[in-house]
Ligand binder design. Structure first.
Ligand code: EPU
Length: 305
């Protein structure tokens, strides 16, 4: 695929921005990653439809990037198209006396939804305070904290497949797991979803949010990171296992295991994806040797090539 040729075709009808030879690191919270041939930001449903129409003819690889908060993008150049969801951030609400039905675009930051529920007194997403990323990413990865996850508030999810077909899935028709959903394995793009929240006093919503916020205060959110790197093994905490195995402070290049919470790897300067991945392997090996647990990744590795 010749990227200039492809961008010329896309530019004919695409409304959102299209950029060539873009560094992906700044589009992620960890701040690492190589370049992409083409990055585009669909602004409308027509943009998406046009993109898939051209993809059917030109057959280029397509990668989806939401808030970039749960991914490690490799240092290699991506020969393909990266679709960034951030401009797909529609938001509409239908309020009833005891409930709110919200239709939300995949690119809306999850924090906006949480802030809205706080302001107007709707319960169901208090646990999500402080979780970075977009609604689409949160839905696909079923983001959450211990015992609570985004799926609890979902009514339906709308997806677009490789041929541009739009499909609306009821929550019950999809499988939801710990930090995952069936959507991960389907070759589809989440474009929007329906959320249901319950009316509650603002004070109570705020009190629950504060509780979650206090729990999060041990986490190093003011540094560049991808949140928790590993999943918690059943009945255990990955952070605790990494901590008792002596991983805090381990370093490869500018990638460092946080001293505050061992399940966070920080980019303390100019870390590369290779540094982060090497540190991950080092930690897994040490934890395996010392505790017998083989930690599984929670973050997604975005392999480019
Ligand atoms: N702990 C240590 N050392 C550490 C880190 C934790 O001993 O370095 C101990 C804590 O003292 C505590 C236990 O491990 O007794 C659990 O730690 P914590 O309460 O921090 O929760 P967690 O299981 O490590 C999970 C989620 C977080 C989420 C918090 C909210 C996973 C993998 N992590 O962390 O999610 O913010 O609960 O309480 O499920 C994320 O998904 O990116 C994420 C950070």
């Amino acid at each position: 695929m010749e990227s200039r040729y492809l961008s010329t075709i896309l530019e004919k009808h695409f409304i959102g921005p299209i950029k060539l030879d873009i560094s992906l690191g700044p589009l992620t919270t960890l701040g690492v990653g190589g370049k992409a041939d083409i990055c585009l930001w669909p602004a409308t449903a027509e943009d998406l439809a046009y993109l898939y129409h051209i993809k059917a003819q030109e057959a280029f690889p397509l990668y989806i990037l939401g808030g970039g908060s749960n991914v490690i993008i490799s240092d290699k150049t991506l020969h393909g198209v990266v679709l960034c969801t951030r401009y797909m951030s529609s938001f509409s609400v239908e309020r009833q006396s005891d409930k709110a039905y919200i239709e939300v675009g995949a690119g809306l930051p999850l924090s906006h939804l949480v802030a809205w529920s706080h302001r107007y007194g709707f319960s169901g997403l208090e646990f999500a305070i402080g979780i970075p990323g977009t609604v689409g990413g949160a839905v696909v990865g079923n983001a959450g904290v211990k015992g609570e996850a985004v799926s609890q508030a979902i009514l339906w999810v709308e997806t677009v497949d490789g041929e541009g077909h739009v499909c609306r899935w009821k929550k019950e028709d999809l499988e939801w797991g710990y930090r995952t959903s069936e959507l991960r394995d389907k070759d589809v793009f989440v474009s929007s979803c329906g959320i249901e929240l319950r009316a509650e006093s603002i004070e109570l919503v705020e009190a629950k949010m504060n509780e979650h916020w206090i729990k999060r205060s041990s986490q190093p959110y003011h540094y560049k990171s991808a949140g928790c790197i590993f999943k918690n093994p059943e009945g255990e905490s990955a952070g605790r296992l990494l901590d008792i195995s002596g991983c805090k402070g381990l370093r490869v290049g500018d990638a460092i295991v946080s001293e505050a919470h061992a399940n966070f790897i920080l980019n303390a300067g100019q870390a590369t994806a290779a540094d982060i991945l090497a540190l991950i392997e080092k930690c897994r090996k040490i934890v395996m040797e010392r505790t017998g647990y083989m930690l599984e990744l929670e973050v997604r590795i975005f392999e480019l090539g």
